[in-house]
Ligand binder design. Structure first.
Ligand code: ZN
Length: 126
């Protein structure tokens, strides 16, 4: 006889849809259409380059605007503990280490280039 099991919600489950999802789709659509229109306008020999740059910049600004609106809706839904589609954008942290003795930036994790101290551990900042 086979053992029984229950299904459970996986950590990798994600939600889609909502107005925020439609705004994301519109943002990508405007970016693609704007870029395509830029390449079409580029065929004009007299003012093609200037018009192409203008159209592509406008498409990028529209993409940023629509993505920002989608992010605001996600954050509002997250704050209200409602389900929302997509993910809230994150940030990437870059840690710069410095020597606790002289304050110089460490390029080698084992030794300070300025004062020559051997780096043996991590000091927690206040
Ligand atoms: Zn040092």
């Amino acid at each position: 006889m086979a053992e029984t099991a229950k299904k459970r919600r996986a950590e990798r489950s994600s939600m889609h849809g909502g107005l925020e999802g439609k705004l994301d789709i519109a943002a990508w659509g405007l970016l693609v259409l704007g870029s395509a229109a830029g390449f079409v306008v580029l065929q004009d020999r007299e003012r093609g380059f200037v018009n192409t740059v203008s159209i592509v910049i406008e498409a990028i600004i529209a993409w940023l605007l629509f993505r920002s609106l989608a992010e605001i809706i996600r954050l509002l839904k997250h704050q209200a503990r409602l389900p929302y589609g997509g993910k809230v954008s994150g940030v990437t942290e870059t840690v710069a280490w410095e020597c606790s003795a002289c304050g110089a930036t460490l390029y080698d994790p084992g030794i300070c280039d300025r004062c020559g101290c051997e780096i043996v551990g991590t000091e927690e900042s206040a």
